[in-house]
Design a protein. Structure first.
Length: 274
């Protein structure tokens, strides 16, 4: 990486200067109206609108941390009780070291006329998704083993994931196999979206592939050249979790909609976004 490229985004660390990370910040950079229109266009569903007054994370390069839905200052959810309920659902033991999933982009929005959330998981090359076929590791500090609290949270996460899988099976009439122990990241994306819908919050959850991120063509990494490249990869990755027909379907969970979608977008690594 040359010095000019390294310095392109001073707010980001050296290892964050390429791929999906800076592109997510570019998507959320600019005037609020521009960002809102950009996110609405990306979703491309008539019933989903992001407005200038909505709240999203990250906020360009000013607030660069990824969203954690249950954490104050990192969540677009303004209601304290809702954030707390999400953390209590996911974690058996609360502590500063206990994390909830990070989202590349999360924004409030309007879905079918109701206040909801847009959640985005973004990738820039195929290995990012292929490497996520593993389960959630149970690891402790070197030389200290795994703490009791970590074990309790590990068990809790496994249980709520299985509950979400059952809920989605009943909601769709289709077989689901969400699991803490394989394809964990996609699993937790669906589990969290399901839980939000159970709490009465409509959700659109997008798997976003950034096209032509050619700086990521290193070793066996293959950037996505076309929307079909990304679509095929996501569907292959999700095949062990649920049927293909789930993508693009509006799922009613306890009377609230959850819509999982696959989208692609070309975002050049430049400080301005078309």
């Amino acid at each position: 990486m040359n010095d000019a490229f390294t310095c392109a985004f001073p707010a980001l660390r050296r290892n964050q200067q390429k791929g999906s990370k800076p592109r997510c910040h570019l998507l959320t950079s600019g005037a609020s109206q521009q960002v809102a229109e950009r996110l609405t266009k990306l979703v491309a569903l008539d019933e989903v609108v992001v407005r200038a007054e909505d709240n999203w994370f990250p906020k360009g390069f000013e607030m660069i941390h990824e969203a954690q839905l249950g954490t104050e200052g990192k969540s677009p959810i303004s209601d304290h009780d809702t954030r707390k309920a999400l953390r209590d659902w996911w974690l058996s033991v609360q502590s500063e070291k206990a994390n909830t999933p990070n989202w590349d982009i999360a924004s409030t929005c309007t879905i079918k006329g109701e206040s909801g959330l847009l959640l985005i998981e973004a990738k820039a090359h195929d290995a990012e998704l292929r490497n996520e076929e593993r389960g959630k590791p149970l690891v402790g500090k070197e030389g200290q083993g795994v703490s009791t609290n970590s074990r309790r949270n590990h068990v809790r996460i496994g249980a709520v994931v299985q509950e979400a899988s059952l809920t989605l099976s009943l909601s769709t009439g289709l077989p689901w196999a969400l699991s803490r122990d394989w394809n964990y990241q996609m699993t937790n994306r669906f589990a969290w979206s399901c839980r939000l819908a159970e709490m009465g919050v409509p959700v659109v959850m997008a798997y976003l592939g950034f096209l032509n991120a050619n700086e990521m063509a290193v070793g066996k990494q293959v950037p996505f050249a076309t929307p079909d490249d990304w679509d095929r990869l996501v569907r292959a990755h999700s095949a062990s979790l649920f049927p293909q027909s789930v993508w693009g379907q509006s799922i009613s969970v306890a009377g609230t909609c959850f819509i999982p979608i696959i989208r692609s977008f070309e975002q050049p690594l430049a400080q301005t976004t078309p």
